[in-house]
Write a protein that binds this ligand. Structure first.
Ligand SMILES: [Zn+2]
Length: 55
């Protein structure tokens, strides 16, 4: 049986780094989805170009 539970992506869309969700990270909401960012720099970049990183 396949598991297809929808879960939050676990990679930083900006730098591609894997996010350990047990550790501190930044969550940005964009168009109703939550995106995990590893650091304020990636957050700033994401917020500059959300369309580029949200797909
Ligand atoms: Zn990052």
């Amino acid at each position: 049986m396949k598991k297809h539970a929808r879960k939050l992506q676990s990679h930083d869309p900006v730098c591609g780094k894997r996010i350990n969700r047990n550790k501190a990270h930044i969550v940005v909401e964009y168009k109703g989805r939550d995106y995990l960012l590893c650091c304020p720099l990636c957050q700033a970049e994401f917020e500059k170009h959300p369309e580029k990183y949200s797909r």
